[in-house]
Design a protein around this ligand. Structure first.
Ligand code: NAP
Length: 303
């Protein structure tokens, strides 16, 4: 009788427990309030999905406490803030409503965010949307096709020529369970885009990241990596191919790359590195008041 009652209640219990189970698996949401004025970030595949939301978040993190300012910055910033406040009041009080209670904070724009997209037109539409919602016009679009090493090299060359710093590289773009196809260089599409493309991009930008320390590389993987196996005898899926497994293998490659990179970066500038996996949406509080813990940190994110 008791078993029967329990079975009867099971759907209801599961219904009640679903939010808790989901929260447990996703490990909560990001509560970090780290601000990023003056930082430079690249997000690959930022024209949609997780990449777009990440880019928006980086762009809007522009609050800066007075204690973070150098004395030389105070006067120009005060003048600038006065001008902005006056123009906001002049135009409309509404856009400034949420910010008015921020004293003693000064609002600046968030990070300069590069949306690295293969479809530039789509990217431009998203950049305008992010600019409009965050008020940060430093959201820029650059062409990057991770399925073509020529495009990756061209992107890196252009970026290195135009930017002095790179503080955040978020390797987010990904293909999932696509029919068998190859990249311009002959790699199977999942391993080529999700892993090898980001591997090359990171390699080309690594020196800039080191020079800009404290900096961070985030490789977005997936829980699907648990099902992945690296088949060195069939890396390009030529002997057999399963779209689902190819995705899992590429996500495992993301994790292995993250760990090895973190190991290799250990000791850079004498600061601690981390190669751990953090679920997407987890918060990470800096221990030393800087924007990022460690000097150059490589983190794998799973969602
Ligand atoms: N969504 C999930 O539930 C989930 C779960 C676990 C892990 N992830 C991981 O999270 C990341 C983002 O996922 P998502 O759900 O946001 O995916 P999504 O909405 O499909 O977005 C993927 C992004 O990658 C871009 N992309 C694909 N191929 C590219 C290429 N060759 N060169 C440059 N960019 C390319 C896409 O550009 P186009 O718009 O031009 O196609 C798009 O911007 C992926 O790495 C994925 O494996 C997602």
């Amino acid at each position: 009788m008791v078993v029967f009652l329990l079975l009867l209640c099971l759907p209801f219990i599961l219904y009640l427990a679903t939010p808790k189970i989901r929260k447990m698996l996703s490990n909560g949401v990001c509560t970090s309030n780290v601000q990023l004025p003056g930082k430079v970030a690249i997000v690959t595949g930022a024209n949609t999905g997780i990449g777009k939301e990440t880019a928006k978040d980086l762009a809007q993190r522009g609050k800066c406490t007075c204690s973070q300012l150098a004395p030389a910055d105070v006067l120009p910033l005060t003048v600038m803030t006065t001008l902005i406040v006056s123009s906001q009041i002049w135009n409309s009080l509404k856009p400034f409503e949420n910010r008015a209670n921020s004293f003693p904070f000064i609002w600046l724009t968030g990070a300069r965010v590069y949306l690295a997209c293969r479809d530039v037109q789509k990217g431009e539409r998203v950049a305008s949307e992010i600019q409009a919602t965050t008020g940060n016009n430093q959201v820029l679009v650059r062409k990057l096709d991770l399925a073509d090493t020529k495009s990756i090299r061209a992107f890196a060359k252009e970026f290195l020529a135009e930017e002095q710093h790179l503080h955040i590289l978020i390797n987010n773009a990904g293909v999932m369970m696509c029919p068998y196809s190859k990249t311009a260089d002959g790699f199977e599409m999942h391993i080529g885009v999700n892993h090898l493309g980001h591997f090359l991009l990171t390699h080309l930008l690594l020196e800039k990241l080191k020079e800009s320390a404290p900096s961070r590389i985030v490789n977005v993987s997936s829980l699907a990596h648990h099902l992945g196996r690296i088949h060195f005898h069939n890396l390009q899926g030529e002997k057999f191919y399963s779209a689902g497994l190819a995705y899992c293998h590429s996500k495992l490659a993301n994790i292995l790359f993250t760990r090895q990179l973190a190991r290799r970066l250990k000791g850079e500038s004498g600061r601690e590195q981390s190669g751990r996996q953090a679920p997407v949406g987890s918060s990470e509080k800096p221990q030393d008041g800087s924007c990022f813990p460690g000097s150059i940190t490589c983190t794998g994110a799973t969602s």
